[in-house]
Design a protein. Sequence first.
Length: 303
Amino acid sequence: MKNLTLIALVVITTLFACKKDKGNDETKLTLAEFNAKFAVPAQKFNGTGAAAFSITGAKGMKFDFPANSFIDASGNAVAGNVVISLKEVLSKRDIILSGKVTQSNGQLLISGGEFQILASQNGQALRLNPAVAVTVKVPTTFNTAPMDLFVWGPTAASDSTWVLDQKARVATSTDFYQFNLPNFGWINCDYFYSNPNPKTTITASPVYVGAAPSIKDQRAYLVFDDLKSVAGLPFVLAINKHQSYLNSMPIGLKGKLVILSTDVNDVIYFGQTSFTVSADLHLNLNVAPATATQIDAFLNTLN
């Protein structure tokens, strides 16, 4: 009888320990869970290539496609069904989650809204017909200041950055920024930020709590309190730190440093802290396995 009691106690203790361990694991947010909950969604719309049609995104972006707006890879006009994919970025939260920070070759941009728009037919990417004008209206819910137009693409100085479209004109009304779509891909209503304060370079290092994980992806962002702007801090191997573009950050700006990482087991790590830019500012940031509640609470403080 004593042996049976001992065995029962061992089984109960083992089951409790397993349940406790599983509960701890479930608090760790995985990459798949992060993407499912937080990623900027790709909205899908159907249209007909040979006919005019319009679409409106969930956040209010409007696109008016004239007839024959699409061509295939060979330059032929496209008829029949087409699929439009749209991602709307209209907050600092969205900028972080899209990864499209508001910088152009290291210079800070102030954003009035970003989006990605793509077109396809039967799974094949389509191009915009240069002979037509697709009217775009971006709601002024994020910003109301006059804007220029930037497209995402490579330059001689960078593999990919926001590039000013010299030909585009953005009209500002009470409710919308209006312009003609320059192409399919990522588009941004922005202007270059100007600040007379002395400039400096910011560096940052994550400090992982507990045993150091094997990290496969790590991103750092500066989210400014009083600007519609989010800057990225690339990781520089030569100094083993995240670093802003040299002498690009105006002294006195305030904001939050955010680091999001993913380890080899697809667990998400997160940390954030407030900062005020000072000369040669370096920030050490504690980073730990994240829960969806922690990240959601932080993102909800951003606009």
